[in-house]
Design a protein around this ligand. Sequence first.
Ligand code: FA5
Length: 340
Amino acid sequence: MIQDELSKALANVKTPNDVEQIRIRYLGRKGIITNLAKETDFGKLSPEEKKDFGQKLNRLKNFATDRIQEALNRLTAQNTATATVQTHRLIDLTVPGSAGSLGALHPISMVQMELEEIFEGMGFTVLDSPEAETEFNNFESINIPSDHPARDMQDTFWLKNDMVLRTHTSSNQVRALKRFGAPFRGIFPGRCFRYESIDPSHENTFYQCEGLMVDRGISVANLIGVMKTLLSEMFKREVKVRLRPGFFPFVEPGFELDLNCLFCGGSGCPTCGDGWIELIPCGLTHPKVLEFGGIDPREFSGFAFGLGLTRLAMMKYGIRDIRYFNSGDVRFYEQFAPII
Ligand code: FA5
């Protein structure tokens, strides 16, 4: 029986191509069912027999067409189910999802942004500045000629083109005065470099934030007022500071503003040594610096400070060793990532 043979053949198909081969074998131009009509001598049949043969042939064609379509449907359903099972094998929906990594700002960037906001609130402009400097800007313009002993305290990296990696952000004082004139109020945060023995509070690459204010009648009272505002806003609490004389060729008088160590409360520890962290050297701008900047020191006076930004970040976040900042240790940085 053609029906039985067809059904048997379709039961074993594995792919749509197998089904197509069977379709061609039975219903194709020279297929078994198609040939039935061709091989029959209709002339010898009575009208009744013709009608009967035609109906049987049609039923057979419909049977074959339906079974073939069913076989195709079955294969498609099987393929979809297999694909679904495979996908589910790859994606285990019961495993908790892994949170995307957002990254975090470096603690120095966070402190710098906070500083900028505080100073902007006091009317200071924030200025960007180059890390590779001329010897003139880094030393001479701020009253440190080549034979001055202060140069020994700030040994640095010299470039082949006679530029230096700046040792401090004070290198911007005269540049800013020349460009903006007086009155002036600005800060220059940035990276500095020194040929330094590294220990818990000294790095060869660290950040400072310079501040400069020049106007008529500026005195030490203005300097202290600005420093107090800065520290109370930064630490959001009372902190103990001390002001002691300090020498810098570009200020007169000069001071060291030290912060009472927040780790040991002033008793002394590996981070601070004697209970105080040297944080903000400062003073009234030396008349020579004003002159280098094209400002008349008889009309204007000013103050400047060079805040140790990296050390401020240490105090703010309780980081006991400065070497973490440049360590590249992700575990350190991750602690500053927002919790999601
Ligand atoms: C200066 O660099 C002066 N230019 C600061 C200044 C500016 C004085 C304006 C007066 C007026 P000093 O070398 O002390 O000064 O450095 C300033 C601050 O930078 C220090 O108090 C300290 O907090 C930080 N600092 C200096 N050297 C290092 C270092 N190797 N590692 C980390 N922080 C440092």
